[in-house]
Design a protein around this ligand. Structure first.
Ligand SMILES: Cc1ncc(C[n+]2csc(CCOP(=O)(O)OP(=O)(O)O)c2C)c(N)n1
Length: 614
């Protein structure tokens, strides 16, 4: 079934094929990807859309000497299959298996680690410049989607690269989709480039005209196919658009371009989900998938079971919007993942997808807040990292009231280290004016969002990926007292060592289970900032050991806040800090990830017992 594909373990074997064999290889690779992703889960639509582009790039360029830098990297499964990891695909995104993104330590063909978008042009430019300085001749290619192209970083890199004159190829993989339909003026511009005669002319062009094009480009004649494109104004030689599923267009074009000098920009048009009808029809649903049967497709959507924190947030947002006209919601290109679909349908005028632009999202929200609106920014913990200066300079220094609804806080599972929300408690709690809450269950999440919304200062609610313990979520919303925790279990009566565990966020559940076995006191701290100093002091006075537990790095996190509080209150008590270690945690099952960090019930118990033994 995969006769040709199984003979290609590495690109040099691919390069020894005749060109007429490549369509069959593409067909086998596409089938293989559909079959393997349907068994492991992972990104599907983007990978089906880049099959021919992947083959063409490895066919034309001398990889890994020539460098391919894939943006985001969620479309690199075909690249992985053709670069020694066909068998590894069975363990894709599984603990100790291969990653769903490029990783330098995984393969020499993965030239740059990616997963957050819009870094490829910068990294490729760096590589190209380094090669020039070292006198090494190599091609460097950045492959970037139209969604990723909308980010500021991509334009910062274009701006730099275009003026540098360095030999660099940027391939724009334009499938007219981000995760959801793309937004913004760039998208409209690309559509214009694709429309009418330009596209038709380029399709007819074929080898002859492209050969001619190459010659003319060599003579530094700009703007032949589409005079004066924006990319040419940036200093690139713009070529395209061409059909990204047509190997007879891709291969000669890439070959011609490889003979050119200076910054080149190739506009390739593909279809997300190409070749699998269901994904073509609904590329959003098939962007990231769990296991499914290709013949049946994804049945019954993705929901079912306990509501996720994301859904609890989405419901709260709609309820709150009904009560307060000033509420507006902002997402940096994550409508589905952040639970904003219903809100976007109910309140289209108050819904803002700003594109993959986290920095802009924060400052845009700050501007809204200046004018009396009440912005809620739905953002993943890992992507908020991008907007840190905006949070400081534009939000907290000006003490502007807005709500950060921070999803995917803590370990996230199969996406791995690039996507974990490991740092937000540390990087948020050190900012003046910021309030930081961590709900221990879904109902508390709703109440905290409400509390944050009532505040006149910046407030964050950080909640984990997936479902919580399944507690009922009360419709009624009540503001929590700011900076107050609660004792959930009183223990230690008659024990030789009195232990109090201070749980932050979702860690409350395993903490309560562990506390049963050692009769410990448990506090649900609720607020990381302001911390409940009085509760900390009270627990310190009545116990021999305080244990802090959080799904955030130990360094600078909630446990550190407890230490600072004890120090300020001049209280001396031994403290054991449990949280994420000072290393990156690999992709895999979330339960395994937590266990590997000692953050499940058994791990928490083991750490406390070891400490008590001394
Ligand atoms: C900084 C950042 N924000 C958000 C995301 C989430 N994300 C992953 S893929 C994607 C869409 C990318 O669209 P595009 O580049 O057009 O590639 P396609 O999925 O269409 O193949 C987004 C928003 C991310 N990876 N990085």
């Amino acid at each position: 079934m995969y006769d040709l594909l199984t003979s290609i373990n590495y690109p040099h074997a691919l390069r020894s094929l005749e060109r007429k064999q490549l369509p069959q290889l593409a067909q086998e690779l596409r089938q293989f990807l559909l079959e393997s992703v349907s068994q492991t889960g992972g990104h599907l639509s983007s990978n089906l859309g880049t099959v021919e582009l992947t083959i063409a790039l490895h066919y034309v360029f001398d990889t890994p000497h020539d460098r391919l830098v894939w943006d985001v990297g969620h479309q690199t499964y075909g690249h992985k299959v053709l670069t020694g990891r066909r068998e590894g695909m069975q363990q894709l995104r599984i603990w100790e298996g291969i990653s769903g993104f490029p990783r330098r330590e995984e393969s020499a063909y993965d030239t740059f680690g990616t997963a957050h978008s819009s870094t490829s042009i910068s990294a490729a430019l760096g590589m190209a410049m380094a090669s020039r300085l070292a006198g090494i001749k190599r091609h460097v290619v950045a492959i970037i989607g139209d969604g990723a192209m909308s980010a500021g970083m991509a334009f910062e890199a274009l701006n730099n690269a275009g003026a540098s004159g360095v030999d660099l190829l940027v391939v724009l993989n334009d499938n007219d989709m981000s995760i959801s339909p793309p937004v913004g003026a760039l998208n409209k511009y690309l559509a214009k480039l694709m429309s009418g005669r330009f596209y038709a002319a380029a399709r007819r062009a074929g080898e002859k005209v492209l050969g001619d094009l190459a010659r003319r480009a060599e003579e530094h004649v700009k703007g032949m196919v589409t005079p004066g494109t924006m990319f040419e104004e940036f200093g690139f030689n713009y070529i395209g658009p061409i059909d990204g599923h047509d190997l007879d267009a891709l291969i000669p074009t890439l070959k011609n371009i490889s003979a050119l000098q200076g910054p080149q920009f190739l506009h390739v048009v593909t279809k997300k989900g190409q070749g699998y009808k269901l994904a073509e029809a609904d590329p959003v649903l098939y962007h990231g998938v769990s296991k499914f049967k290709p013949d049946d497709g994804i049945v019954g959507g993705k929901s079912g079971g306990k509501p996720t924190y994301t859904q609890v947030f989405g419901d709260w947002l709609c309820d709150m919007a009904a009560q307060d006209k000033r509420l507006i919601a902002i997402t940096p290109a994550m409508r589905e993942g952040s639970g904003l679909v219903r809100f976007s349908e109910l309140y289209p005028d108050r819904y803002f997808d700003v594109g993959i632009a986290e920095q802009h999202a924060l400052t845009f929200a700050a501007g809204m807040a200046c004018e009396g609106m009440k912005p809620v920014i739905a953002i993943y913990s890992t992507f908020l990292q991008r907007a840190y200066d905006q949070l400081i300079h534009d939000v907290t220094i000006q003490n502007l009231p807005l709500v950060l609804a921070i999803d995917r806080a803590g370990l996230v599972g199969a996406d791995g280290a690039t996507h974990h929300g490991s740092f937000d408690l540390s990087y948020l709690r050190c900012l003046p004016n910021m309030t930081v809450m961590a709900p221990s269950d879904e109902n508390e999440c709703r109440q905290m969002l409400y509390t944050a919304f009532q505040m006149k200062t910046p407030a964050a609610v950080r909640y984990p990926r997936g479902a919580g313990s399944g507690v009922p979520v009360q419709k009624e919303m009540r503001a929590l007292p700011i900076g107050k925790g609660e004792v959930r279990r009183s223990g230690g009566n008659g024990a030789s060592h009195k232990v109090a565990i201070l749980a932050f966020g979702g860690m409350l559940k395993p903490v309560l289970e562990a506390a049963e076995e050692i009769d410990a006191t448990v506090a649900n701290m609720r607020f990381v900032k302001p911390l409940d100093d009085a509760l900390v002091a009270d627990l310190a006075r009545r116990h021999d050991l305080l244990v802090t537990v959080e799904e955030n790095v130990v360094m600078g996190g909630a446990g550190s806040a407890v230490l600072e509080s004890l120090q300020q209150q001049e209280l001396k008590v031994p403290v054991l800090q449990l949280g994420l270690p000072d290393r990156y945690i690999d992709h895999g099952d979330p339960a395994l990830q937590l266990a590997s960090c000692g953050l499940d019930k058994d791990g928490i118990l083991a750490s406390i017992r070891a400490r008590l033994r001394g």
